[in-house]
Design a protein around this ligand. Structure first.
Ligand SMILES: Cc1cc2nc3c(=O)[nH]c(=O)nc-3n(C[C@H](O)[C@H](O)[C@H](O)COP(=O)(O)OP(=O)(O)OC[C@H]3O[C@@H](n4cnc5c(N)ncnc54)[C@H](O)[C@@H]3O)c2cc1C
Ligand code: FES
Length: 279
């Protein structure tokens, strides 16, 4: 069992949990994830490690409520325990001196991009972090990102925190403004990463994306997370989850991500009808 040491709702529907997991905290590196099962009958879901404290033996996860498991996890509190937690999984981000690295994040990606941005800065890069949310009230970790970046740009879809534009438009704005980008790393919803990749491609800007394909075992055995990159089949859990955004078959990824939508909706409806008094 993995004890939750702290729990916080950062903004509506996005939660932070700090979990005691000494073995994972010792080894985890930027860009890696864990697979958790919240109780003995729960499904396995992958979540990125957004921060860690090796001395305390604790990892921090930031997750968004999207379906049954994440809604149930949101009801856990400090002192509760998660049934199982496996990791660190996935190939860590390649950290090197590239020059100017733009780290973009939306939704839970705002937190997930943090260790990557920090490590890139420590490696001597100029780091520009760009985060987006639909509205100002959904933004979080601005101060933290400001501290570890050379520049932080915040965008909102409704303009409640200027400028009013989404990340791909912001990238285009930066390119048009003469910013020389050596590497762009994107973390967040699939559409944002797809559009960001399409924006950088004509300019030949190396673009790394973090694919959120559906995973089960997380160790390369079930094939559930398979993606097509540069015409080759890859398993996101062991070959990724980072890939060249210009080579990803986005349409295949999007269709595979929505492959279980009917079951997901039914699962949520069943759980909510049985637990209406808790929600
Ligand atoms: C490597 C990786 C890292 C991730 N890191 C984070 C993170 O740090 N924070 C965060 O909020 N989310 C993260 N996700 C996405 C997260 O795993 C899903 O939101 C979660 O599994 C949804 O489960 P659910 O039961 O709440 O929703 P469901 O209703 O079951 O599913 C909602 C949607 O989530 C996706 N999903 C469902 N099950 C899985 C699964 N087993 N594996 C992957 N995606 C699934 C599907 O696209 C689905 O349509 C990550 C995904 C991957 C692959
Ligand atoms: S999750 Fe099973 S092969 Fe990747």
């Amino acid at each position: 069992m993995y004890k939750i040491l702290a729990k916080e709702e950062l903004v509506p529907n996005i939660h932070l949990i700090k979990v005691s997991a000494p073995a994972v905290a010792q080894k985890v590196r930027p860009g890696q994830f864990v697979i958790i099962t919240i109780d003995e009958r729960g499904e396995r879901i992958p979540l990125t490690v957004a921060d860690w404290d090796r001395e305390e033996g604790a990892i921090t996860i930031v997750f968004m409520e999207v379906g049954t498991t994440t809604q149930r996890l949101a009801l856990f509190n400090a002192g509760d325990s998660i049934y199982s937690l496996v990791g660190p999984l996935g190939i860590p981000t390649h950290i090197d001196k590239f020059g100017t690295v733009v780290c973009v994040g939306g939704c839970y990606g705002i937190a997930a991009i943090m260790p990557i941005a920090r490590a890139m800065r420590e490696a001597g890069n100029k780091v520009i972090s760009v985060i987006e949310a639909r509205s100002k009230y959904l933004l979080f970790w601005q101060e933290e990102l400001e501290r570890i970046s050379d520049q932080l740009i915040v965008t909102t879809g409704d303009g409640s925190y200027a400028p009013q534009r989404w990340i791909p438009d912001q990238i285009r704005h930066m390119i048009d403004g003469g910013e020389k980008i050596d590497l762009l790393i994107a973390f967040g919803c699939t559409y944002m990463m797809k559009l960001s990749s399409e924006t950088t491609k004509p300019f030949g800007i190396k673009t790394v994306v973090h694919l959120g394909s559906i995973m089960v075992d997380g160790t390369g055995m079930c094939g559930c997370c398979r993606v097509s990159v540069g015409g080759e089949t890859k398993f996101a859990c062991v070959d990724g989850p980072e890939f060249d955004g210009h080579q990803v078959d986005w349409d295949l990824l999007l269709s595979r991500q929505s492959g279980y939508q009917d079951e997901e909706i039914r699962s949520l409806q069943e759980w909510e009808s049985q637990n209406w008094c808790r929600t």
